[in-house]
Design a protein around this ligand. Structure first.
Ligand code: GDP
Ligand code: MN
Length: 375
Protein backbone atom coordinates (compact mmCIF):
# COMPACT_ATOMS: atom_id res chain seq x y z
CA UNK A 1 0.00 0.00 0.00
CA UNK A 2 1.12 3.55 -0.61
CA UNK A 3 1.43 5.44 2.64
CA UNK A 4 -2.18 6.45 3.20
CA UNK A 5 -3.93 8.39 0.48
CA UNK A 6 -2.69 11.90 1.01
CA UNK A 7 -3.00 12.91 -2.65
CA UNK A 8 -5.21 11.88 -5.55
CA UNK A 9 -2.32 9.85 -6.90
CA UNK A 10 -2.53 7.58 -3.89
CA UNK A 11 1.14 8.31 -3.20
CA UNK A 12 3.06 10.55 -0.92
CA UNK A 13 5.61 12.91 -2.45
CA UNK A 14 8.42 10.47 -1.74
CA UNK A 15 6.44 7.59 -3.25
CA UNK A 16 6.94 5.26 -0.33
CA UNK A 17 5.49 1.77 -0.49
CA UNK A 18 4.72 0.83 3.09
CA UNK A 19 4.87 -2.91 3.65
CA UNK A 20 3.10 -4.99 6.24
CA UNK A 21 5.21 -6.52 8.98
CA UNK A 22 4.95 -9.92 7.31
CA UNK A 23 6.06 -8.62 3.91
CA UNK A 24 8.89 -6.69 5.53
CA UNK A 25 10.11 -9.72 7.46
CA UNK A 26 10.02 -11.90 4.36
CA UNK A 27 12.26 -9.48 2.48
CA UNK A 28 14.61 -9.06 5.44
CA UNK A 29 14.81 -12.79 6.17
CA UNK A 30 15.77 -13.42 2.54
CA UNK A 31 18.71 -11.07 3.16
CA UNK A 32 19.96 -12.82 6.26
CA UNK A 33 18.16 -10.87 8.99
CA UNK A 34 17.00 -13.23 11.78
CA UNK A 35 13.20 -13.11 12.26
CA UNK A 36 10.90 -15.43 14.24
CA UNK A 37 9.29 -18.33 12.36
CA UNK A 38 5.75 -17.31 11.45
CA UNK A 39 2.68 -17.96 9.31
CA UNK A 40 0.37 -15.40 7.76
CA UNK A 41 -3.27 -16.43 8.18
CA UNK A 42 -6.71 -15.01 7.48
CA UNK A 43 -8.87 -17.21 9.70
CA UNK A 44 -8.96 -18.15 13.37
CA UNK A 45 -8.86 -21.86 12.50
CA UNK A 46 -5.71 -21.33 10.46
CA UNK A 47 -4.21 -19.37 13.36
CA UNK A 48 -4.84 -22.37 15.63
CA UNK A 49 -3.09 -24.79 13.24
CA UNK A 50 -0.23 -22.34 12.76
CA UNK A 51 0.25 -22.08 16.53
CA UNK A 52 0.25 -25.88 16.83
CA UNK A 53 2.93 -26.10 14.14
CA UNK A 54 5.02 -23.40 15.78
CA UNK A 55 5.05 -25.06 19.19
CA UNK A 56 2.05 -23.57 20.98
CA UNK A 57 3.29 -20.35 22.53
CA UNK A 58 2.95 -17.68 19.85
CA UNK A 59 2.44 -13.99 19.22
CA UNK A 60 -0.67 -13.17 17.16
CA UNK A 61 -0.10 -9.89 15.37
CA UNK A 62 -2.60 -7.82 13.37
CA UNK A 63 -1.12 -6.90 9.98
CA UNK A 64 -1.98 -3.23 9.92
CA UNK A 65 0.50 -0.63 8.78
CA UNK A 66 -0.09 2.15 11.28
CA UNK A 67 2.12 2.59 14.29
CA UNK A 68 1.03 2.04 17.89
CA UNK A 69 -0.36 -1.34 17.01
CA UNK A 70 0.80 -3.04 20.21
CA UNK A 71 -0.71 -0.29 22.35
CA UNK A 72 -3.99 -0.58 20.41
CA UNK A 73 -4.19 -4.28 21.30
CA UNK A 74 -3.00 -5.58 17.94
CA UNK A 75 -0.27 -7.81 19.36
CA UNK A 76 -1.32 -10.69 21.61
CA UNK A 77 1.06 -13.26 23.10
CA UNK A 78 -0.74 -16.53 23.87
CA UNK A 79 0.30 -19.85 25.41
CA UNK A 80 -1.41 -22.38 23.16
CA UNK A 81 -3.31 -22.99 19.90
CA UNK A 82 -6.68 -22.29 21.55
CA UNK A 83 -5.39 -18.91 22.69
CA UNK A 84 -4.20 -18.25 19.13
CA UNK A 85 -7.65 -19.15 17.80
CA UNK A 86 -9.32 -16.75 20.24
CA UNK A 87 -6.88 -13.90 19.63
CA UNK A 88 -7.15 -14.24 15.83
CA UNK A 89 -10.93 -14.50 16.05
CA UNK A 90 -11.02 -11.24 18.01
CA UNK A 91 -8.55 -9.39 15.76
CA UNK A 92 -9.72 -10.49 12.31
CA UNK A 93 -12.39 -8.16 11.00
CA UNK A 94 -11.88 -5.68 13.82
CA UNK A 95 -10.81 -2.08 13.29
CA UNK A 96 -7.53 -0.91 14.83
CA UNK A 97 -6.30 2.65 14.30
CA UNK A 98 -8.87 3.04 11.48
CA UNK A 99 -7.60 -0.02 9.63
CA UNK A 100 -9.59 -3.23 9.22
CA UNK A 101 -7.58 -6.30 10.15
CA UNK A 102 -7.72 -8.84 7.33
CA UNK A 103 -4.56 -10.80 8.09
CA UNK A 104 -2.77 -11.83 11.26
CA UNK A 105 0.78 -13.06 11.58
CA UNK A 106 1.20 -16.00 13.95
CA UNK A 107 4.79 -16.15 15.14
CA UNK A 108 6.67 -18.34 17.56
CA UNK A 109 6.94 -16.33 20.77
CA UNK A 110 10.41 -15.09 21.56
CA UNK A 111 11.83 -14.90 25.09
CA UNK A 112 13.01 -11.35 25.49
CA UNK A 113 15.94 -10.33 27.70
CA UNK A 114 16.06 -6.80 26.26
CA UNK A 115 14.18 -4.75 23.66
CA UNK A 116 16.53 -2.55 21.62
CA UNK A 117 16.05 -0.32 18.60
CA UNK A 118 17.67 -0.18 15.16
CA UNK A 119 16.68 1.72 12.04
CA UNK A 120 18.08 3.03 8.80
CA UNK A 121 16.59 5.85 6.76
CA UNK A 122 17.86 8.47 4.35
CA UNK A 123 19.26 11.56 6.07
CA UNK A 124 18.18 14.30 3.65
CA UNK A 125 20.87 16.78 4.71
CA UNK A 126 23.70 14.28 4.36
CA UNK A 127 22.14 12.54 1.37
CA UNK A 128 23.30 9.29 2.95
CA UNK A 129 21.68 6.50 4.95
CA UNK A 130 21.38 7.31 8.63
CA UNK A 131 21.72 4.50 11.15
CA UNK A 132 19.92 4.91 14.47
CA UNK A 133 20.50 2.58 17.39
CA UNK A 134 19.39 2.45 20.95
CA UNK A 135 19.88 -0.07 23.69
CA UNK A 136 16.34 0.76 24.72
CA UNK A 137 13.50 -0.01 22.31
CA UNK A 138 9.91 -1.18 22.30
CA UNK A 139 6.53 0.50 22.20
CA UNK A 140 7.72 3.49 24.28
CA UNK A 141 10.49 4.47 21.84
CA UNK A 142 8.98 7.93 21.23
CA UNK A 143 9.72 8.87 24.84
CA UNK A 144 13.28 7.56 24.65
CA UNK A 145 14.61 9.49 21.66
CA UNK A 146 17.48 10.96 23.67
CA UNK A 147 18.93 7.45 24.00
CA UNK A 148 19.27 7.06 20.23
CA UNK A 149 22.75 7.10 18.75
CA UNK A 150 22.91 8.40 15.16
CA UNK A 151 25.54 7.51 12.57
CA UNK A 152 25.58 8.68 8.96
CA UNK A 153 26.78 5.73 6.91
CA UNK A 154 29.72 6.80 4.73
CA UNK A 155 30.00 5.79 1.08
CA UNK A 156 33.03 3.67 1.93
CA UNK A 157 34.69 2.28 5.02
CA UNK A 158 31.61 1.74 7.20
CA UNK A 159 32.19 -0.83 9.92
CA UNK A 160 28.96 -2.18 11.39
CA UNK A 161 29.00 -2.96 15.10
CA UNK A 162 27.65 -6.48 14.63
CA UNK A 163 26.28 -8.93 12.08
CA UNK A 164 22.69 -7.88 12.66
CA UNK A 165 23.50 -4.24 11.90
CA UNK A 166 25.49 -5.29 8.83
CA UNK A 167 22.52 -7.31 7.52
CA UNK A 168 20.09 -4.41 8.05
CA UNK A 169 22.37 -1.86 6.38
CA UNK A 170 22.87 -4.17 3.39
CA UNK A 171 19.12 -4.87 3.19
CA UNK A 172 18.35 -1.15 3.24
CA UNK A 173 20.60 -0.56 0.23
CA UNK A 174 19.71 -3.76 -1.60
CA UNK A 175 15.95 -3.20 -1.31
CA UNK A 176 16.11 0.48 -2.35
CA UNK A 177 14.36 1.13 0.95
CA UNK A 178 13.43 4.54 2.35
CA UNK A 179 13.07 3.10 5.84
CA UNK A 180 13.96 -0.09 7.65
CA UNK A 181 13.02 0.02 11.31
CA UNK A 182 13.40 -2.86 13.75
CA UNK A 183 11.60 -2.11 17.00
CA UNK A 184 11.97 -4.06 19.07
CA UNK A 185 15.18 -5.66 18.05
CA UNK A 186 14.95 -8.32 20.73
CA UNK A 187 17.95 -9.75 22.52
CA UNK A 188 17.19 -13.25 23.80
CA UNK A 189 18.44 -14.63 27.14
CA UNK A 190 21.07 -16.48 25.08
CA UNK A 191 22.25 -13.13 23.66
CA UNK A 192 20.90 -13.64 20.14
CA UNK A 193 19.45 -10.72 18.21
CA UNK A 194 16.16 -11.17 16.38
CA UNK A 195 13.82 -8.76 14.58
CA UNK A 196 10.62 -8.98 16.59
CA UNK A 197 8.93 -6.28 14.52
CA UNK A 198 9.85 -4.74 11.16
CA UNK A 199 8.72 -1.65 9.34
CA UNK A 200 9.92 -1.28 5.78
CA UNK A 201 9.12 1.44 3.28
CA UNK A 202 10.35 0.93 -0.25
CA UNK A 203 11.09 3.56 -2.85
CA UNK A 204 8.40 3.10 -5.49
CA UNK A 205 10.61 4.77 -8.11
CA UNK A 206 13.04 1.88 -7.77
CA UNK A 207 10.41 -0.85 -8.06
CA UNK A 208 11.41 -1.57 -11.67
CA UNK A 209 14.62 -3.14 -10.38
CA UNK A 210 13.01 -4.82 -7.39
CA UNK A 211 10.70 -7.74 -6.96
CA UNK A 212 8.24 -6.27 -4.50
CA UNK A 213 5.60 -8.32 -2.75
CA UNK A 214 2.20 -7.91 -4.38
CA UNK A 215 -0.28 -5.42 -2.97
CA UNK A 216 -2.94 -7.05 -0.80
CA UNK A 217 -5.88 -8.14 -2.89
CA UNK A 218 -8.39 -6.19 -0.83
CA UNK A 219 -7.29 -2.72 -1.83
CA UNK A 220 -9.19 -0.53 -4.27
CA UNK A 221 -12.07 -1.20 -6.62
CA UNK A 222 -11.93 -4.08 -9.09
CA UNK A 223 -10.94 -1.68 -11.88
CA UNK A 224 -8.28 -0.01 -9.71
CA UNK A 225 -6.77 -3.39 -8.95
CA UNK A 226 -6.86 -4.34 -12.63
CA UNK A 227 -4.98 -1.10 -13.34
CA UNK A 228 -2.38 -1.87 -10.67
CA UNK A 229 -1.89 -5.32 -12.16
CA UNK A 230 -1.09 -3.66 -15.50
CA UNK A 231 1.34 -1.20 -13.97
CA UNK A 232 -1.08 1.75 -14.16
CA UNK A 233 -2.28 3.91 -11.31
CA UNK A 234 -6.06 4.40 -11.42
CA UNK A 235 -8.37 5.98 -8.90
CA UNK A 236 -12.08 6.03 -9.70
CA UNK A 237 -13.70 9.30 -8.70
CA UNK A 238 -17.32 8.80 -9.74
CA UNK A 239 -17.68 11.70 -12.21
CA UNK A 240 -18.59 11.45 -15.90
CA UNK A 241 -15.52 12.87 -17.69
CA UNK A 242 -12.75 10.34 -18.29
CA UNK A 243 -9.28 11.87 -18.21
CA UNK A 244 -6.16 10.70 -19.99
CA UNK A 245 -3.16 12.93 -19.35
CA UNK A 246 0.58 12.43 -19.05
CA UNK A 247 2.16 12.73 -15.65
CA UNK A 248 0.63 13.08 -12.22
CA UNK A 249 1.00 16.87 -12.11
CA UNK A 250 -0.76 17.52 -15.40
CA UNK A 251 -3.47 15.01 -14.50
CA UNK A 252 -4.14 16.84 -11.22
CA UNK A 253 -4.21 20.20 -13.02
CA UNK A 254 -6.61 18.76 -15.61
CA UNK A 255 -8.94 17.51 -12.91
CA UNK A 256 -8.85 20.89 -11.19
CA UNK A 257 -9.69 22.60 -14.48
CA UNK A 258 -12.62 20.24 -15.06
CA UNK A 259 -14.03 20.95 -11.61
CA UNK A 260 -13.45 24.69 -12.16
CA UNK A 261 -15.56 24.49 -15.33
CA UNK A 262 -18.35 22.78 -13.43
CA UNK A 263 -17.59 19.23 -14.54
CA UNK A 264 -16.78 16.05 -12.64
CA UNK A 265 -13.74 13.90 -13.44
CA UNK A 266 -14.40 10.15 -13.62
CA UNK A 267 -10.90 9.06 -12.74
CA UNK A 268 -7.36 9.80 -11.89
CA UNK A 269 -5.21 7.76 -14.23
CA UNK A 270 -1.55 8.26 -14.73
CA UNK A 271 -0.21 7.16 -18.09
CA UNK A 272 2.87 9.36 -18.07
CA UNK A 273 6.47 8.29 -18.39
CA UNK A 274 6.72 5.09 -20.34
CA UNK A 275 3.15 4.17 -19.46
CA UNK A 276 1.98 5.57 -22.84
CA UNK A 277 2.84 2.11 -24.12
CA UNK A 278 -0.14 1.02 -22.02
CA UNK A 279 -2.59 3.28 -23.83
CA UNK A 280 -4.85 0.39 -24.81
CA UNK A 281 -5.42 -1.00 -21.31
CA UNK A 282 -5.57 2.57 -19.97
CA UNK A 283 -8.34 3.54 -22.39
CA UNK A 284 -10.17 0.26 -21.82
CA UNK A 285 -10.12 0.93 -18.08
CA UNK A 286 -11.44 4.49 -18.20
CA UNK A 287 -14.03 3.79 -20.89
CA UNK A 288 -15.39 0.80 -18.99
CA UNK A 289 -16.15 2.97 -15.96
CA UNK A 290 -19.89 3.27 -15.50
CA UNK A 291 -21.31 6.73 -16.18
CA UNK A 292 -18.49 8.01 -18.38
CA UNK A 293 -19.96 10.46 -20.90
CA UNK A 294 -16.97 12.17 -22.46
CA UNK A 295 -13.23 11.75 -22.70
CA UNK A 296 -10.56 14.40 -22.37
CA UNK A 297 -7.06 13.64 -23.65
CA UNK A 298 -4.54 16.19 -22.42
CA UNK A 299 -0.88 15.80 -23.38
CA UNK A 300 1.78 18.30 -22.57
CA UNK A 301 5.20 17.34 -23.85
CA UNK A 302 8.55 18.48 -22.58
CA UNK A 303 10.80 15.49 -22.11
CA UNK A 304 7.84 13.24 -22.90
CA UNK A 305 6.99 13.35 -26.62
CA UNK A 306 3.41 14.16 -27.60
CA UNK A 307 3.74 12.32 -30.91
CA UNK A 308 4.84 9.10 -29.22
CA UNK A 309 2.09 9.33 -26.59
CA UNK A 310 -0.51 10.14 -29.22
CA UNK A 311 0.62 7.19 -31.37
CA UNK A 312 -0.17 4.95 -28.40
CA UNK A 313 -3.63 6.46 -28.09
CA UNK A 314 -4.29 6.19 -31.83
CA UNK A 315 -3.40 2.52 -31.75
CA UNK A 316 -5.73 1.98 -28.79
CA UNK A 317 -8.39 3.95 -30.67
CA UNK A 318 -8.35 1.62 -33.64
CA UNK A 319 -8.99 -1.33 -31.30
CA UNK A 320 -11.63 0.27 -29.10
CA UNK A 321 -13.33 2.99 -31.22
CA UNK A 322 -14.90 4.75 -28.23
CA UNK A 323 -18.48 5.84 -28.82
CA UNK A 324 -18.40 8.99 -26.69
CA UNK A 325 -17.38 12.60 -27.41
CA UNK A 326 -13.62 13.13 -27.17
CA UNK A 327 -11.64 16.35 -26.82
CA UNK A 328 -7.91 16.64 -27.31
CA UNK A 329 -5.45 19.21 -26.06
CA UNK A 330 -1.89 18.59 -27.21
CA UNK A 331 1.03 20.92 -26.78
CA UNK A 332 4.79 20.74 -26.50
CA UNK A 333 7.42 18.44 -27.94
CA UNK A 334 6.14 16.69 -31.06
CA UNK A 335 2.82 18.55 -31.08
CA UNK A 336 2.58 19.07 -34.86
CA UNK A 337 2.90 15.39 -35.64
CA UNK A 338 0.60 14.49 -32.73
CA UNK A 339 -2.09 16.93 -33.87
CA UNK A 340 -1.85 15.57 -37.40
CA UNK A 341 -2.50 12.06 -36.08
CA UNK A 342 -5.52 13.25 -34.14
CA UNK A 343 -6.94 14.98 -37.23
CA UNK A 344 -6.52 11.69 -39.11
CA UNK A 345 -8.75 10.11 -36.48
CA UNK A 346 -11.36 12.73 -37.36
CA UNK A 347 -10.94 15.09 -34.39
CA UNK A 348 -9.80 18.70 -34.35
CA UNK A 349 -7.48 19.24 -31.40
CA UNK A 350 -8.20 22.31 -29.25
CA UNK A 351 -5.77 25.21 -29.30
CA UNK A 352 -5.64 25.42 -25.50
CA UNK A 353 -6.17 23.14 -22.54
CA UNK A 354 -8.88 25.49 -21.29
CA UNK A 355 -10.76 25.11 -24.58
CA UNK A 356 -10.51 21.32 -24.42
CA UNK A 357 -11.69 21.21 -20.81
CA UNK A 358 -14.69 23.47 -21.53
CA UNK A 359 -15.63 21.35 -24.53
CA UNK A 360 -15.32 18.10 -22.54
CA UNK A 361 -17.51 19.46 -19.75
CA UNK A 362 -20.12 20.66 -22.26
CA UNK A 363 -19.95 17.33 -24.12
CA UNK A 364 -20.56 15.33 -20.95
CA UNK A 365 -23.54 17.52 -20.09
CA UNK A 366 -24.87 17.26 -23.66
CA UNK A 367 -24.40 13.50 -23.57
CA UNK A 368 -26.80 13.09 -20.66
CA UNK A 369 -24.46 14.18 -17.87
CA UNK A 370 -25.27 16.52 -15.03
CA UNK A 371 -22.29 18.81 -15.70
CA UNK A 372 -22.56 21.16 -12.73
CA UNK A 373 -23.29 24.63 -14.16
CA UNK A 374 -25.44 23.30 -16.94
CA UNK A 375 -27.80 21.43 -14.66
P1 GDP B 1 4.01 -2.35 17.30
O1 GDP B 1 5.38 -1.75 17.19
O2 GDP B 1 3.19 -1.73 18.37
O3 GDP B 1 3.32 -2.37 15.97
O4 GDP B 1 4.16 -3.90 17.69
P2 GDP B 1 5.42 -4.84 17.93
O5 GDP B 1 5.42 -5.94 16.95
O6 GDP B 1 6.67 -4.04 18.05
O7 GDP B 1 5.08 -5.49 19.34
C1 GDP B 1 4.83 -4.69 20.46
C2 GDP B 1 5.36 -5.34 21.72
O8 GDP B 1 4.78 -6.60 21.89
C3 GDP B 1 6.86 -5.57 21.69
O9 GDP B 1 7.58 -4.45 22.07
C4 GDP B 1 7.01 -6.70 22.69
O10 GDP B 1 7.09 -6.20 24.00
C5 GDP B 1 5.69 -7.47 22.56
N1 GDP B 1 5.93 -8.68 21.76
C6 GDP B 1 5.79 -8.82 20.44
N2 GDP B 1 6.14 -10.07 20.04
C7 GDP B 1 6.50 -10.73 21.16
C8 GDP B 1 6.98 -12.07 21.43
O11 GDP B 1 7.15 -12.90 20.54
N3 GDP B 1 7.25 -12.36 22.74
C9 GDP B 1 7.09 -11.46 23.74
N4 GDP B 1 7.37 -11.84 24.97
N5 GDP B 1 6.65 -10.22 23.52
C10 GDP B 1 6.36 -9.84 22.26
MN1 MN C 1 7.20 -2.30 16.89
Amino acid sequence: MRTGRPSATGRTECQAVKLTEHQAKQLLAARGVPVPAGRLVTSAAAARSAAAELGGRVAVKAQIRSGGRGKAGGVVVVDDPTGAFEAADRLLGSTLNDETVVEVLVEEAVDIAAETYLSVMIDPSAGRPLLMRSEQGGVEIESMTETIERTVIPAAGFEPADEFTAAIVDAFAGLDALLVEINPLAVTPAGERIALDAKVELDDSASYRQDHPPEPADQGTERERAATAQGLRLIELGGDIAVLANGAGLTMATMDAIVHEGGAPANFLEIGGDAYTKATPALELVLSQPGVRSLLVNFCGAFARCDVMTAGVVEAWRKLSPGIPVDFSISGTGQDEARRMVRELGYEPHETMEGAVKAAVAAAAGNGGTGGDQR
